[in-house]
Design a protein around this ligand. Structure first.
Ligand code: UDP
Length: 464
């Protein structure tokens, strides 16, 4: 692999250091991309890379000729949907262990001189069974958290939220808008959206994951000190292992090639004809779905805003529809060229395009980081899991976005788009976004916090 392949920051390719690092991504787009970016980063530092992966959503090997891939059978068809974390984990325990055993065996039987001692496993923080597996092989494990620290702070405090009855008494009334006393950055409505569906069961699952993290040989975060300095202090106290904040991982390389779905190139050609900052990009990530009524509210909100938009509608993301068939007849013609709809966009390129002036996002962590890195202000629709807390930080902490309060309501959507794209308020948010972009870019440069953290991570791995 030549150095240009390593991207904008032109990382120098270090000579091989004789150590192999094993990676084990969780098979979702938002988890695979940061892990493969991390693998590329460590490859550039001289490590040899082996990717252990499920058959489900397996990464495209031809994009990574410099890695070794070790797939195993998890019993799912390659692109099946609707599986749960617990089922996937239980199906992976044995095949993962066998795969690890084979890797160690081939290492032992390799001819002298071709052997590269295995330094450690870097595994996604959603796997809940690895501590026991690596213990048998005396293999150090580092956890990669593809999300941010603030959500882990909330996860740590969840037993306390349950004990205090926050999920029993806050559903009604004014308390929803109040700050949570144990974590005043976030509001009661945020923890209801994050855990409210079944806090006790979620707490059980999270406790197992946090236990794995606590017992690990370190944690890597796709975040940086510029974003989460105060959360880091709490995390270090709660998890007394080394922490490496080395994000934003996608910026070490050109727009990553780890997409599981083909990008529609018309996204960029359509943007090319538009004026700077004139287009709202709309995408809700790789997993979320909406019902038909929400889809129509979204469509009318976009149309009535009278702004230009590039909208990603994944096939199957509107429940009960294949793709766009629930749009009213003539909807697209009436837009008069103001809107362009695609099935999947090259998101990082779209956000970096000068025509893109705003991003209506579901606030998945990758999308949030990608937007902040390009200085694109956001409209935040917060859905589930980590998204409500990400949205709270975007709007109230980093102040680079506007919150949609009502879910999918065409009038509120129209007004939010105009606030962001037309009004003075949007201009002020854009200026803050530009400043944040600058500081995120600086943290990756020589002397920057993430740059230095990568060096510490390399030393840490070499110490095993
Ligand atoms: N993405 C993309 N094209 C699209 C929509 C999304 O490449 O049309 C990528 C996006 O750049 C991001 C990932 O998919 O890296 C989505 O991850 P995120 O954490 O934002 O959300 P999730 O899909 O996990 O909900």
């Amino acid at each position: 692999m030549d150095n240009n392949h390593l991207g904008e920051t032109l990382l120098p390719l270090a000579p091989k250091n004789g150590r192999r690092v094993l990676f084990f991504p969780y098979p979702l787009q938002g988890h695979i991309s940061p892990m493969l970016n991390l693998a590329n980063l460590l490859h550039s530092k001289g490590f040899t890379i082996t990717i252990i992966h499920t058959n489900l959503n397996s990464p495209n090997q031809s994009d990574y000729p410099h890695f070794t891939f070790r797939p195993f059978d998890d019993g799912f068809p390659p692109y099946s949907k609707g599986w749960q974390l617990a089922t996937l984990c239980s199906r992976c325990v044995e095949p993962f262990r066998e795969c690890l055993a084979q890797i160690f065996l081939s290492d032992h039987t390799a001819p002298e001189g071709e052997r590269e001692s295995i330094a450690c496993l870097i595994a996604d923080g959603l796997w809940n069974f690895l501590g026991a597996a690596v213990y048998n092989f005396k293999l150090p494990m580092i956890v990669l958290r593809t999300g941010n620290m603030s959500n882990i702070v909330a996860n740590v405090k969840l037993p306390c939220f349950i004990e205090k009855g926050y999920f029993d008494h806050t559903k009604e009334g004014s308390k929803l808008e109040a700050a949570v006393p144990e974590f005043p950055t976030i509001k009661f409505k945020d923890i209801l959206k994050t855990y409210g569906s079944n806090p006790k069961a979620i707490c059980e699952t999270l406790t197992a994951l946090l236990k794995e993290m606590r017992a690990s040989s370190g944690v890597i975060w796709n975040s940086c000190k510029e974003l989460e300095q105060s959360e880091l202090q709490m995390i270090c106290k709660e998890f007394p292992v080394p922490h490496f904040l080395i994000g934003p991982l996608h910026k070490y390389f050109p727009a990553s090639s780890s997409s599981l779905v083909a990008h529609d190139p018309s996204s960029i050609s359509w943007l090319n004809s538009k004026a700077p900052n004139s287009v709202l990009y709309v995408s809700f990530g790789s997993i979320s779905s909406m019902d038909e009524a929400e889809f129509l509210e979204t469509a009318w909100g976009l149309a009535n805003s009278m702004q230009q938009f590039l909208w990603v509608v994944r096939p199957g993301s509107v429940r009960g529809s294949q793709w766009l068939e629930s749009l009213p007849d003539g909807f697209i013609d009436k837009l008069d060229g103001r809107g362009h709809i695609v099935k999947w966009a090259p998101q990082q390129e779209v956000l970096a395009h000068q025509a893109t002036g705003g991003f209506w996002t579901h606030c998945g962590w990758n999308s949030t980081l990608e937007s902040m890195c390009e200085g694109v202000p956001m409209i935040c629709s917060h859905g589930i899991m980590d998204q409500p807390i990400n949205a709270r930080y975007v709007t109230d902490v980093w102040k680079v976005g506007i919150e949609l309060e009502k879910g999918f309501d065409s009038e509120e959507i129209k007004m939010a788009i105009r606030r962001l794209m037309v009004d003075k308020e949007g201009q002020e948010i854009r200026e803050r976004s530009s400043r944040l972009k600058e500081s995120l870019s600086n943290c990756l440069k020589q002397g920057g916090s993430s740059h230095d953290s990568v060096e510490s991570l390399v030393d840490h791995i070499l110490s095993f």
